[in-house]
Design a protein around this ligand. Sequence first.
Ligand SMILES: [Fe+2]
Ligand SMILES: [Fe+2]
Length: 382
Amino acid sequence: MLCISSPALRCPSFGKTKTQHHHILPRAIVTGLQVTTNHHHAIIHSMPSEKVEIIKSLEPWVAQSILPFLKPTDESWQPSDFLPNSSQPFDQFITEVQTLRDWSAMLPDDYLVVLIGNMITEEALPSYETQLNTYDGIRDETGADTSPWATWTRAWTAEENRHGDLLRTYLYLSGRVDMLMIERTIQNLIASGMDPEAENNPYLGFVYTSFQESATFVSHGNTARIAKEKGDLVLARICGIIASDEKRHEKAYIKIVEKLLEVDTTTAMLAIADMMRKRITMPAYLMNDGHDASLFSHYSAVSHRLGVYTAGDYANILEFLVQRWRLEKLEALTSEGRRAQEYVCGLAPRIRKLQERSHERAQKMKQHGVKFSWIFNKKVML
Ligand SMILES: [Fe+2]
Ligand SMILES: [Fe+2]
């Protein structure tokens, strides 16, 4: 379900401009970076100018209803709250590090692979802030723009920034992972960027972010649960606190789409259908460690097997959003809008069926292991 390649796009509703995507960076040519590119034709600026006005007109509403989802810095947790304090006397610091390492020693390799993949995903935050700033009508025009949309994007980024920091420092102190290979993966991933095919269109973009925050909530929530089962209570707290941020962010993005459904019902409904047809790809789908050409799908397969993030979760999130946005009850749709509604509302059961079939196929295939550079080339079953 976490599909990397994108289907050819059709453009139902937005009067889209089709542009040739630049295939100028085949792997490792320009700078020696392992840059991975998309191979689809990107559509850009698909939102007509009158819709930009709708988005801009929501600014007072964003200030009143969305910015309160942010937490003031003084009331926010920080990575140092969960990590050994390096400013205390050396012996005490070492004792705390030792405890962290004793606990992390109980984590199996396959779990570590998933935790590392999640951490790398968080560390590619620059790409996500860039992504938000591609959306017409909300972008931060100066870098310190005081518009409510831009204020949200920067403060959201600032909150998210703690996630990668915390997971990264934990994994570094655990002594169980190959930091060099992880860091190379992060460098390549940020250099590669991401393209969820949101077309500079906030209608599409906020559907993506709603789904994505939900997915990360599920994923960090499950790594917290498993850490607890394995006896690593420090890590359970770490993943749990990150998951709670994701939930808060999810609520904000869901509310934005809810508002779009209220003020521009058909366009918002079409946007949801459009994103679901493209399938929501995970933001780190271009990850690359310079060794394993299928690194992302291997990491996703392990995550699926451990029940951290599965195809079933994808269907669950979709169902949750359909319910949360009351899509089945939407009225005042054009006929095109009604078709989109029908498609989206009937999609989760279809995904589940496909998933069952592919699960059966996978069961028949012989299980095999893959080496992950992140854990010193140890083999992990997919
Ligand atoms: Fe995050
Ligand atoms: Fe997030």
